[in-house]
Design a protein around this ligand. Structure first.
Ligand SMILES: Nc1ncnc2c1ncn2[C@@H]1O[C@H](COP(=O)(O)OP(=O)(O)OP(=O)(O)O)[C@@H](O)[C@H]1O
Ligand SMILES: [Mg+2]
Length: 254
């Protein structure tokens, strides 16, 4: 079943020197549990696309459907995570994790237990009374993910969510996050500038053109491995084939 359906999205912005078109004729569907990586040149419209899917931004034209229901404004079906983890320094880890539920007024016993279980499953329960400043960058990112997952979103949107981390931490955090998302069967759209990262996590890679962004290609990734993880698939001979293909597409060979 298609959990997400994007139909003919177009986005125009009014800028000082006239109108600019950020997105044009963007249509695609995503199946439940799929992980879609999105790559494209700087400023082509990737964040705009995620903002539209999240319901924060109303597109100039086109529609977005989640599980068949039209998105019109912010919904709790969608979790959105950005580069900055946005943890509140004066709240404990546990209170940070509950924040999304408080904002949505869904802090029920059941949801609080779900949040606690996520903390337990993903190794953060013993840190629940600590403050964000007492945690490493990688752990903070995991807390931010759990906070987003605590609202039980059907779809998770990640916009360069790992780019503030150092390289080593980034590799292990993406491995962690991948495992969590597959286990929780969360459908994910991830924008990244890092081609290896896009390949290592994605079931499909959406390659966008220069602005106004159109979809150049949706590339299917299949490593034919039994237990694929972001780290193990980097060793596959197919990895560099995918890399070269995406690199060529992005460097603009029409
Ligand atoms: N609110 C706005 N008003 C006017 N122009 C905007 C607005 N938001 C974005 N833009 C422009 O639209 C284009 C697409 O922006 P967007 O942030 O979606 O690109 P991006 O692909 O996410 O870029 P980056 O790779 O730098 O993150 C850019 O040229 C940007 O300057
Ligand atoms: Mg962006």
């Amino acid at each position: 079943m298609d959990i997400l359906k994007v139909v003919n999205i177009e986005q125009k912005y009014q800028a000082e020197n006239g109108e600019i078109t950020a997105l044009k004729e963007i249509s695609f569907t995503v199946k439940k549990g799929e992980f879609i990586s999105i790559v494209g040149p700087s400023g082509c419209g990737k964040s705009t696309l995620l903002s539209i899917i999240s319901g924060i931004l109303k597109p100039t034209n086109g529609e977005v459907y989640v599980s068949g229901e039209r998105v019109d404004g912010i919904t709790s079906h969608i979790g959105y995570m950005l580069q900055k983890d946005n943890l509140l320094d004066w709240r404990t880890i546990y209170k940070n994790v509950l924040l999304g539920l408080e904002i949505r007024n869904t802090k029920t016993q059941e949801n609080m237990e779900r949040a606690e279980n996520l903390l337990k499953t993903y190794g953060l329960y013993e840190f629940r009374d600590k403050y964000p400043s007492q945690l490493s960058g990688g752990m903070r990112q995991r807390v931010a993910l759990i906070r987003t997952l605590a609202i039980s979103p059907d779809i998770l949107l990640l916009d360069e969510a790992f780019s503030a981390l150092d390289y080593q931490t980034r590799l292990s955090v993406t491995d962690d996050v991948f495992r969590i998302l597959k286990q929780e069967q969360v459908t994910t759209l991830m924008v990244t500038h890092d081609i290896p990262e896009s390949i290592s996590m994605g079931d499909k890679i959406m390659i966008l053109s220069e602005r106004p962004a159109v979809i150049k290609e949706i590339l299917e990734i299949d490593f034919e491995m039994e237990t694929r993880t972001p780290l193990t698939c980097r060793k596959s001979p197919k990895f560099s084939q995918y890399f070269n293909h995406i690199w060529r597409e992005l460097s603009g060979n029409e």
